[in-house]
Design a binder for this molecule. Sequence first.
Ligand code: PSV
Ligand code: MN
Ligand code: MN
Length: 430
Amino acid sequence: MKQLIDQNLLQEHNTKQEAAVTSDYNALAEKLDRSGIKIDTILEQAKQFTVAVPSWGVGTGGTRFARFPGLGEPRNIFEKLDDCSVIQLLSQATPAVSLHIPWDRPKDPNELRQYAEQYGLHFDAMNSNTFQDQIGQEESYKFGSLTHTDKAVREQAIAHNIDVVELGQKLGSKALTVWVGDGSNFPGQQHFKNSFTHYLESIKEVYKSLPDDWNMLLEHKIFEPAFYSTVIQDWGSNYLAAKETGERCMSLVDLGHHAPNVNIEMIVSRLAQFGKLGGFHFNDSKYGDDDLDSGSINPYQLFLIFNELTDIRAQDPAYSPFYMLDQSHNVTDPVESLMYSAAEVQRAFVKSLLVDRKALTQYQEANDPMMAQASLKQAYNLDVEPILQMARLQAGGAIDPVSCYRASGYRAAVAKSRPADPNKTGSGIV
Ligand code: PSV
Ligand code: MN
Ligand code: MN
């Protein structure tokens, strides 16, 4: 398989640390064994864990105010896949890439699929984009897309989503994620019921073209770009739309799309209980849809979300929602942030496996809040780094992805081969 980081360098990096990792791993194995947990079964699950990388996430994002391009930013989808391959090689947790269309529309889908396959990459959920006008497009999305008052605009947005599904089929994807920025900025601007009715009609039209083995994932967001109301503003509207639309239409939870202090783990439980939790966009935030690196602000929340998912899987082992990192990197090297974030999400997953569920249930039944929360903290407070390191080592990744990446000089090399083009952002975000 093609790889862009020198294998000798990777091996050297691992060899230097292998003895220390093995020793830490054995010590943790002994500790877990005292609680009746076999570390090898946790290790195997850690190795199976994957989260998709967004193609646009390997470029520098920027804010509403400014964008400071990074060195060697990918200039096209092929260079984006190059960066994604490095993330996967070193982290061994990100074998799939999610595309945003038309930002990353390939001229030849077969060529792109083959390009990805040489790195062992495949394509995760496809993202449609009707929140921006594209050059040459007939109707404007200024006042909405799938929910627009004008049928012609809605039809254009529906056609775009169907087109993305068709493209995704050629790429081997199995899901369409739909996020619309539709909403209003002023009270009275939009009729709440009519706009939601339009949304339902439009989504049902798209759903008709969905292949049998595909899922449609609806993404809600409380505000932004609309600042007064958003058509799919919360999990309630999302659930209603998914339920109305059909069995394979599910809700997607982006961690940054809720009102401050909302109990996201409880939303997770509710949606799952009624069979409508289809996927996640992982990121972290302090104020709004900050798109900061996963686990950088509130790692306990991330753990509590995975605690719910592991609880759900205890009843339904086959349950597997779509996972993607949806982050915007403004001050870090996106490759580093995505590798680090993938490991943070994996860490939350691994810790959730260590919760003593039998004890937790007993504490819940006995109304013992002190011990119930302590049983969660017992798992959360464990340092599972040796499991993550061992998982990467055994899978052929790097024990410490960021330091290995820095030692490889990859960024400096692409800075030379990809000279900055001031007219092209590379990220697709304008
Ligand atoms: C919107 O804020 C969002 O979370 C949607 O998933 C978009 O497709 C994505 O961000 C763009 O980065
Ligand atoms: Mn998102
Ligand atoms: Mn978002």
